[in-house]
Design a protein around this ligand. Structure first.
Ligand code: PLP
Length: 411
């Protein structure tokens, strides 16, 4: 019988081999496999409030329910006028210069707008200054839009804060933008006004776009206060990103926005490019857009969770106490956001490999964490947990972490 020659497999985009998103990668796949075998896991890999019992505030749910009959048509590619007006007003109130509804882009989460704005901005070989550690979508979207990530370090010994002098040294003739994630995922660092002003000065000197991912803007602990970037940027082109996923606990609604600020004459092309790319994907999810006005005009509901006694506050306290009590862990306490990013130190850190550790935590302790190197850091001794479970659950997780690290330290 004649044998047929094997058919060639489809090829995919080559640059995908440079892209990693391990928050939902191999370990998450293995976790699903273990769950399929009947194991009960504690999964701390995703900053997904809804999965931990948080609900979006009722007045947001009502806003969608009240308007569901109006959500059939496509909207304008940049979003519903009333939603864009609410976002522009929110930004004007915090001092963002020239924030108008015409310069607001509503997207299917900040995720879509990170990709869309980098696609609008970059030509092949252009460089984007990114924090290391970063939220890895920023690296992925830079690479997949033919750019090159250039990392500025936010080191644990500096409280995970950026060093503006280092950023200045990394600027080249190919640099197009400086990205800031503040408050930061995965470190929880909250940047001071002084650091932000120095970074603005670098952008001004080299005519760079500032991109401020501020999706955690109101999630701050203790006496930390949030300094938005755009009011400091003045006339400079600046894109500020925010959304409903975290502060308003509505990840699944897929609602995010980007606000273009600064002198409109300096960013007209970017505005048109983003409008065109927005038009090509027609519009963002419409029901979710009806919650924006309610979210931005309504009463604050997050500070009850981040103040002493609040659920996020207590889980963060558990994180700090567990790391303090462990001889194997060192922590820069997160000032904001939804994560802890401890380092393994001492004897347990000898020959440490964060992937092997995360796999061991999953296979032998039923806990899913994310290896630190997934956030584009060269070190291999960090891991990330989310602060979304109840405090006793996080304490149990750290008991298991210590058990594994005790074993490793004895080897
Ligand atoms: N930016 C940062 C820093 C994030 O942590 C996340 C999600 O975890 C996103 C953007 C994406 O958020 P969205 O749900 O709005 O797409």
């Amino acid at each position: 019988m004649p044998t047929s020659s094997p058919k060639p497999a489809l090829k995919t985009r080559e640059r995908l081999s440079e892209v990693r998103y391990e928050i939902r990668g191999e370990l998450a796949r293995r976790a699903r496999e273990l769950e399929g075998q009947g194991r009960t896991l504690i999964k701390l890999n995703i900053g997904n409030p809804g999965a931990f019992g948080f609900r979006a505030p009722e007045h947001l749910q009502r806003a969608i329910a009240d308007h569901i009959a109006d959500t059939d048509p496509y909207t304008h590619q940049q979003g519903l006028p009333a939603a864009r007006e609410a976002i522009a007003a929110f930004h004007r109130q915090r001092g963002t210069p020239n924030a108008s509804p015409e310069r607001v882009f509503v997207g299917n989460g900040v995720s879509e707008l990170i990709d869309l704005s980098l696609r609008a901005l970059l030509n092949p070989g252009d460089e984007v200054l990114l924090p290391s550690p970063d939220y890895p979508l920023w690296s992925a979207a830079t690479i997949l839009n033919d750019g090159r990530p250039v990392y500025y370090r936010c080191k644990a010994e500096n409280g995970f804060l950026p060093d503006p002098d280092e950023i200045a040294q990394l600027v080249s003739s190919r640099t197009r933008a400086i990205v800031l994630i503040n408050p930061n995922n995965p470190t929880g660092a909250n940047y001071s006004r002084e650091i932000l002003e120095r970074i603005v000065a670098i952008a001004a000197k080299h005519h760079l776009l500032l991109m401020a991912d501020e999706i955690y803007d109101h999630i701050l602990y203790d006496d930390n206060t949030f300094q938005p970037l755009a009011p400091l940027a003045g006339d400079l082109p600046c894109l500020s990103f925010g959304g409903l996923s975290k502060v308003h606990r509505a990840c699944g609604w897929r609602v995010g926005w980007a606000v273009l600020s600064g002198d409109p004459l300096r960013s007209g092309d970017l505005h048109h490019a983003m409008d065109l790319l927005g038009a090509l994907r027609l519009c963002a999810n419409v029901p979710g857009q009806f919650a924006i006005e309610a979210a931005l005009h309504g009463t604050d509901t997050i500070s009850g969770l981040t103040a002493p006694g609040g659920r996020l506050y207590e889980t963060r306290r558990a994180l700090i106490e567990c790391c303090d009590a462990s001889e194997h862990l060192s922590l820069v306490a997160p000032a904001g956001a939804l994560y802890g990013f401890p380092a393994v130190v001492g004897d347990a850190a000898k020959g440490f490999d964060d992937h092997g550790f995360a796999l061991e935590m999953l296979e032998s302790e039923d806990v899913l964490i994310v290896p630190g190197s997934s956030f584009n850091v060269p070190e291999r001794n960090h891991f990330r947990v989310t602060l979304l479970p109840e405090a006793p659950v996080l304490r149990e997780v750290f008991a298991r972490i210590d058990r594994v690290l005790d074993r490793r330290a004895e080897r």
